[in-house]
Design a protein around this ligand. Structure first.
Ligand SMILES: [Zn+2]
Length: 217
């Protein structure tokens, strides 16, 4: 089994090159990479432009590049991405999915019917069609979610607590309490923000005991 730890020493797959750390173990890694194709903090989106989106979806094995009907598929991919973000958000106290958030996933599950397969070695698994349709590719992501929910790894996939970020990250820590994609960026930003807010309310008026004033002589 490939774990995030063993993966960290390897080159990431090209479809996950926008991820840097806190990687989910495969196949959950593809769910994380798909959701994080939209970087709300940096305002970058791998699925913003058709050519780049077509190439990424093909590279990730979610959709064959030469299939027709790309415009509708791209709309479905973007909508399903936000549905999956909301699904991950449930692991960090987010609200239940709205009807609008469930609809793209229902479109996926109605178009792609997973099939039971029995392998020669006796393993019984669920698979999706191999025709390169986006619905099958996205159904594969839902199967990865289902398996992760069954083995307990799902709850470690979390959304950054910075409302302007909402980056999906994998919390491999023992306490499972990670709240930020990166403490250095989002964690400190939010902490400084709440610190300033509390100072503004006059709750914090003095430095902690023994600390010298920042920027003092
Ligand atoms: Zn963040």
């Amino acid at each position: 089994m490939i774990t995030a730890a063993s993966l960290s020493g390897m080159t990431l797959p090209s479809w996950a090159s926008h991820l840097e750390s806190k990687l989910a173990p495969p196949p959950l890694l593809l769910v994380q990479a798909f959701v994080d194709t939209l970087d709300l903090d940096l305002h970058t989106d791998v699925l913003a432009h058709a050519d780049e989106a077509r190439a990424w979806l093909a590279d990730a094995g979610l959709r064959d590049a030469d299939r027709t009907g790309f415009d509708a598929d791209l709309r479905l991919a973007r909508a399903a991405r936000e549905s999956l973000r909301a699904l991950i958000g449930r692991n960090t106290g987010g609200p239940p999915l709205t009807e609008a958030e469930l609809r793209p996933l229902e479109q996926v599950t109605s178009q792609a019917a997973p099939r039971l397969r029995v392998a020669a070695d006796g393993g019984v698994g669920l698979g999706t069609g191999g025709a390169g349709r986006l619905a099958d590719g996205l159904a594969g992501l839902l199967l990865a979610v289902r398996d992760a929910q069954a083995d307990g790894s799902w709850e470690r996939l979390r959304l950054c607590g910075n409302p302007d970020c909402r980056w999906a990250f994998y919390d491999g820590s023992r306490g499972r309490q990670g709240a930020w994609c990166e403490m250095a960026s989002c964690g400190n930003r939010i902490k400084n923000r709440s610190l300033r807010a509390r100072r503004a309310q006059g709750i914090i008026q003095r430095q902690p005991h023994g600390a010298s004033p920042a920027g003092g002589p």
